[in-house]
Design a protein around this ligand. Structure first.
Ligand code: GLN
Length: 487
């Protein structure tokens, strides 16, 4: 029997071949690196490729496998978004400010993946400091959607989503502050999961908006998402907001049936202006879940329409504070020609940050300044509580919510770059889960005019087990398989 191309495998398929010694981790890594070389000139999803160290890690993985000590991710090649710190490997945040920043520590998520024997291939492109929805805000280059090279991959984890879609890695990890894992997953036809806030340690994730930031997996299917989540979750003393709850064996429950599961359809997510093809795709997904025995009902999250405004006060406010550390003194870019310390600070920030990052810093500084704090920041925090309470209330009646992931399919490159508000509107369906801190997953729901579109499931805090089980039941019944681009 001839083996499939190793780069085209899912995690569980690769694991089976690795432990049966039908494929070595080195062969798998070589195949994936070949695939990157063959495709990345078209999609530009990698900022850094770490070929040499990947092959070394793969050789180590082979020796772990030969001792019979392999776990699910041993020898599995992955990519990490370039705002997740990696020892000795540039972590640029796609910004001139951190172009040459080489951390001397790993993010906890990376430490955990390395300790499982997973093989780091390199770093994925993103919008500068994870601010954006199209990956066009990267200082290096925009990433392209593997399903249509003239369209965006979404953002800010556009590199990770495009890489998983083009099968340049078996999985990637991204960050989701306002939809940055789920929105690009929807646009590229892959599975993207934002865990409960605090489920995955934020240690080593370059801070954007600390009360919203969360690392999550991008994978070819739901089962792989469960494997990666299991590996990266858990309490971490280095992150004071990390949860102490035990990490369940998520993958073990994937095949449990969903008969009698109560699924709510929030009416505020189905507005008249919505793209009718997206609405009908979500409706077909609801039908599939109903046929699987789920009990569907309409519910209401009355404060939904305030979510975007709340996010665009709180996220920039936190960003303006977090990004004040880039002063050209301690690390990162430093402008060389300056007359004194103030001039140096000004020029470093003027030349080191791109336009969207500056826009966020200005918005955030304004919202926090005296005289405006009560009117904007404090009010946004109050409305945040109301949005959170909407979810607490609704989860008394239903187990899971279903909604679109994105209002449209991927749009053409350049279409929204001159209009920030149009760009922000992309996140309208993903932001509420960040505001409430609940887990949410985007799963491919099919194609609209040959472009992928995702459907989103949301659950109460720490309901990942149920969320993944529901997503898996849906994926199995929808039966369209991995939506391969023809790249
Ligand atoms: N697109 C959103 C923003 O620009 C979300 C970003 C994110 O989740 N990192 O803020």
């Amino acid at each position: 029997m001839t083996l499939p191309n190793p780069w085209s495998l899912t995690i569980s398929e690769a694991h089976r071949l690795l432990v049966n010694k039908e494929l070595s981790a080195v062969e798998l890594t070589e195949s994936v690196i070949e695939r990157i070389k063959h495709t990345d000139s078209k999609i530009n999803s990698f900022i850094t490729i770490t070929e040499e160290s990947a092959l070394e890690s793969a050789a180590n993985a082979d020796s772990i496998i030969s001792k019979g000590e392999a776990s699910m991710l041993t020898g599995i090649p992955f990519q990490a978004k370039d705002n997740i710190c990696t020892t000795g490997i540039n972590t640029t945040c796609a910004s001139k400010m951190l172009e040459n920043f080489r951390p001397n520590y790993d993010a906890t998520a990376i430490t955990k993946l390395k300790s499982e024997g997973a093989v780091l291939l390199g770093k994925g492109n993103l919008d500068e400091f994870a601010m954006g929805s199209s990956t066009e805000n990267s200082v290096f280059f925009p990433t392209k959607n593997p399903h249509d090279l003239s369209a965006v991959p979404g953002g800010s984890s556009g590199g990770p989503a495009a890489s998983v879609s083009a099968e340049q890695c078996l999985f990637s990890i991204g960050s989701d502050t306002g939809g940055s894992v789920r929105q690009p997953a929807s646009f590229c036809g892959v599975v993207g999961l934002k865990p409960t806030y605090g489920r995955v340690s934020r240690f080593g994730l370059v801070a954007f908006a600390s009360s919203l930031d969360q690392i999550g997996p991008l994978t070819k299917n739901v089962e792989d998402s469960a494997f990666v989540l299991e590996a990266i979750s858990g309490n971490d003393p280095k992150d004071s907001t990390s949860n102490t709850e035990d990490v369940p064996n998520y993958s073990k429950y994937l095949n449990d049936d969903i008969k009698g599961l109560k699924i709510g359809v929030p009416k505020e997510y189905f507005v008249d202006e919505m793209d009718s093809a997206v609405a009908s795709t979500v409706r077909s997904s609801i039908k599939i879940l109903e046929e699987l025995g789920a009990d569907i009902s309409e519910v209401s999250l009355p404060h939904t329409s305030y979510a975007l405004a709340v996010y665009y006060i709180i996220a920039p406010a936190e960003a303006s504070s977090n990004l004040s550390r880039y002063d050209g003194v301690k690390f990162g870019y430093s402008h060389s020609e300056s007359t004194d310390i103030w001039d140096a600070l000004e020029k470093t920030r003027q030349h080191g940050f791109g336009p969207e990052v500056k826009r966020r810093i200005l918005l955030g500084t304004y919202a926090l300044s005296s005289g405006y704090y009560d009117a904007y920041y404090l009010k946004a925090q109050k409305v945040r509580s109301l949005i959170r309470q909407d979810f607490v209330n609704v989860f008394k009646d239903v187990d899971i919510l279903i909604a679109p992931s994105t209002p449209t399919v991927a749009f053409p490159l350049g279409e929204k770059t001159s209009d920030p508000v149009q760009m922000y509107l992309n996140d309208i369906f993903t932001i509420p889960a960040n505001i409430a801190g609940i887990p949410a997953i985007s799963i491919p729901a099919g194609l609209i005019k040959n472009m992928p579109i995702g459907v989103q499931l949301m659950g109460s805090h720490h309901s990942e087990k149920m969320l993944l089980k529901t997503a898996h039941a849906y994926e199995t019944a929808a039966n369209h398989g991995f939506l391969k681009p023809s790249i």
